[in-house]
Design a protein around this ligand. Structure first.
Ligand code: CA
Ligand code: CA
Length: 178
């Protein structure tokens, strides 16, 4: 080997972390019946939610809690999620006279963990009162900070809607590097 070649090799430093090629990761999870009724994570929800009558997707009757857990632990690879977007499409099963109306007016949506709503992700479903039954509502939450760190650690995300509002579709979109 020539002196010139040796010199060139010495300039290359191998960083074991940097040498792994990171691939973009994108996953779209669509809530199905298994996520809502059978596969929820019980420790994410509080006792009131767990004991209440349970709503399925497209539920048309009232006074039921919609509970859902998204999971992606079926993926073996190591990855880091740096962006997460929860979108929930809803519709009032009852009318709502005001924010405090125990019919659909007082209904709430929240991301939950450890039995309590996550700060910053807990709100009324509706923002204008009064409204009639059938009023549509959509919630899109982009998870940041602690919520995003929790999501990476848990490899799941749970949310709930109560109790006179139908959830007809919910998606969780995840972006990151695998
Ligand atoms: Ca009710
Ligand atoms: Ca209500």
């Amino acid at each position: 080997m020539t002196a010139e070649l040796l010199e060139a090799e010495a300039l290359i430093t191998i960083d074991p972390l940097a040498s792994k090629i990171r691939k973009p990761f994108h996953l779209l999870l669509l809530a199905g019946p298994q996520d809502v009724l059978h596969n929820i994570c019980p420790t994410d929800f509080g006792a009131i939610a767990l004991l209440a009558p349970r709503a399925g997707l497209g539920e048309t009757s009232h006074s039921k809690f919609f509970l859902c857990t998204f999971r992606w632990d079926f993926i073996d690879e190591e990855y880091a999620i740096n962006r997460a977007l929860l979108t929930v499409k809803m519709k009032a099963n009852l009318a709502g006279a005001s924010m405090n109306d125990p019919a659909a007016g007082d209904d709430t949506i929240a991301i939950v963990r450890g039995g309590v709503p996550m700060a910053g992700y807990n709100d009324h479903v509706y923002s204008n009162w009064p409204f009639a039954a059938g009023q549509p509502a959509i919630r899109s939450w982009s998870l940041t900070g602690r919520a995003l760190a929790n999501l990476n650690a848990d490899r799941r995300l749970s949310f709930m809607v109560q109790d006179d509002t139908m959830v007809h579709a919910a998606t969780l979109e995840l972006w990151g590097e695998a």
